[in-house]
Design a binder for this molecule. Structure first.
Ligand SMILES: NC(=O)c1ccc[n+]([C@@H]2O[C@H](COP(=O)([O-])OP(=O)(O)OC[C@H]3O[C@@H](n4cnc5c(N)ncnc54)[C@H](OP(=O)(O)O)[C@@H]3O)[C@@H](O)[C@H]2O)c1
Length: 302
C-alpha cells in the first residue's frame, strides 16, 4: 500500500455522518484517517473496519481534548491537513458536562473551538477545517426546530433555569449551537486565511436513522430509525452515506483548495441565516468562548 502523505481527523467518526465521511476519506491511500469517539476500545474497533486510526476524545471535557491533542501529536502520523468537526449531540433535557457547562453548547461549540485552538500550531498548510452545522440554525428554513437564542457565550455556557419545556429548551440549545458553529467558521475563515488554513461550514441535510436521537424517548427513537427513514425521497432528506461522501469531498477534493468562509448544503454553497453574518456577534462569541476556555484551563492548573 502507498504510504499516506496527510492526516485527516474526523471527530465523532464512530457513527452516522462522521463514520461515512471517514470511510470515504480512508479509501484514498493519500489520507491517513483518524476517527474519534468517547470509548477508546469501541473507537479503535470501528476505525479498524475502515483502515483508520482510532483515538479517544470527549469534547465535553477540556482535559479529554488536551489529552487527545497530546496523543495525536505524539502519534507517528503524516502532517495534519484536515479537521472535520463533525461530532454533535442533541438532548431532550438540560444536562451539564464535567466542565460544569450546558452540555449542548459545551460539546457542539466550545469543545470543537478548544480543539481547533489547541491544534492550530500542528496544522501543515495548506490545511482545511470543516464545521458541521445544520439547516436548523436558520429560522427561515421552517425545520420545526425552535429558533436559536441570541445570548452571550457565558450565558449559553451557564444558562439560567428555562421557562420552556425541557425538550424545547434542549432543542433550542441545539439550534443555537449550530448557529455558533457557523459564526465560528466565518470568524476563523478570516483569522486563519493568512496561515493558509481554510474554514468552511457544512449542512448534511436531515439524515434520519443516525445516533443523533439517542437521548430521545424509545418511541421517538423508533420513529427516527424507521418511519423517518422512509422520508429519504423528500427534498432535503439525505442518507449518512451520501452526505458523508459530500463531507469527505469538502475536506479533501483538490478543486476546493483555497476556498474559505463558505456554507455548503451538500456540495452547493448557500447563504446561511441573517444572524450568522453579524460580524460583531461572531467576534463576541469567539472572544468570550476563548475566555471560557482559558478559565477552564486555569481551573485545571490549580
Ligand atoms: N442527523 C441529522 O439529521 C443531522 C442534520 C443536520 C446536522 N447534523 C449534524 O451532523 C453531525 C453528526 O451527527 P449524526 O447525525 O451523524 O449523529 P451520530 O450518529 O449521533 O454521531 C455523533 C458522533 O458524535 C460523537 N459524540 C457524541 N458526543 C460526543 C462528545 N461528548 N465528545 C466527542 N464526540 C461525541 C459520537 O461518538 P461516540 O458516541 O462514540 O463518542 C458519534 O460518533 C452533528 O454535528 C449533527 O449536529 C445531523
Amino acid at each position: 500500500m502507498a504510504s499516506s502523505d496527510r492526516t485527516m481527523v474526523v471527530t465523532g467518526g464512530t457513527s452516522g455522518l462522521g463514520y461515512e465521511c471517514a470511510r470515504n476519506l480512508a479509501r484514498d491511500p493519500r489520507n491517513r484517517v483518524v476517527i474519534t469517539g468517547r470509548d477508546v476500545n469501541r473507537t479503535r474497533e470501528l476505525a479498524a473496519t475502515i483502515g483508520a486510526h482510532g483515538l479517544a476524545l470527549d469534547l465535553s471535557s477540556r482535559p479529554s481534548v488536551g489529552a487527545f491533542v497530546t496523543e495525536l501529536v505524539a502519534a507517528d502520523l503524516p502532517p495534519l491537513a484536515g479537521l472535520v468537526c463533525n461530532a454533535g449531540v442533541q438532548f431532550t433535557r438540560r444536562s451539564l458536562t464535567v466542565n460544569g457547562m450546558e452540555a449542548t453548547f459545551d460539546t457542539n461549540h466550545l469543545g470543537h473551538l478548544g480543539l481547533i485552538v489547541d491544534l492550530l500550531a500542528h496544522f501543515s498548510a495548506p490545511a482545511r477545517i470543516i464545521l458541521v452545522s445544520s439547516g436548523t440554525h436558520d429560522p427561515e428554513q421552517f425545520t420545526g426546530m425552535p429558533h436559536p437564542l441570541r445570548a452571550t457565550a457565558r450565558e449559553l455556557a451557564y444558562p439560567p433555569p428555562s421557562t420552556e419545556s425541557a425538550q424545547r429548551d434542549a432543542r433550542r440549545r441545539y439550534t443555537t449551537s449550530k448557529l455558533a458553529n457557523l459564526q465560528t467558521a466565518y470568524h476563523l475563515a478570516c483569522e486563519l486565511a493568512p496561515r493558509e488554513i481554510t474554514v468552511n461550514a457544512f449542512d448534511p441535510g436531515l439524515m434520519p436513522g443516525t445516533g443523533l436521537a439517542r437521548d430521545a424517548s424509545a418511541v421517538q427513537r423508533l420513529g427516527w430509525k424507521t418511519i423517518a427513514r422512509a422520508l429519504v425521497v423528500l427534498p432535503g432528506v439525505r442518507t449518512p452515506r451520501g452526505s458523508g461522501a459530500d463531507l469527505a469531498w469538502l475536506v479533501a477534493a483538490p478543486d476546493r483548495e483555497g476556498i474559505t468562509g463558505q456554507y455548503l448544503v451538500g456540495r452547493t454553497p448557500v447563504r446561511s441565516s441573517v444572524a450568522s453574518y453579524d460580524e460583531p456577534a461572531q467576534q463576541a462569541l469567539y472572544r468570550d468562548s476563548v475566555e471560557l476556555l482559558a478559565e477552564l484551563d486555569a481551573q485545571a492548573d490549580r
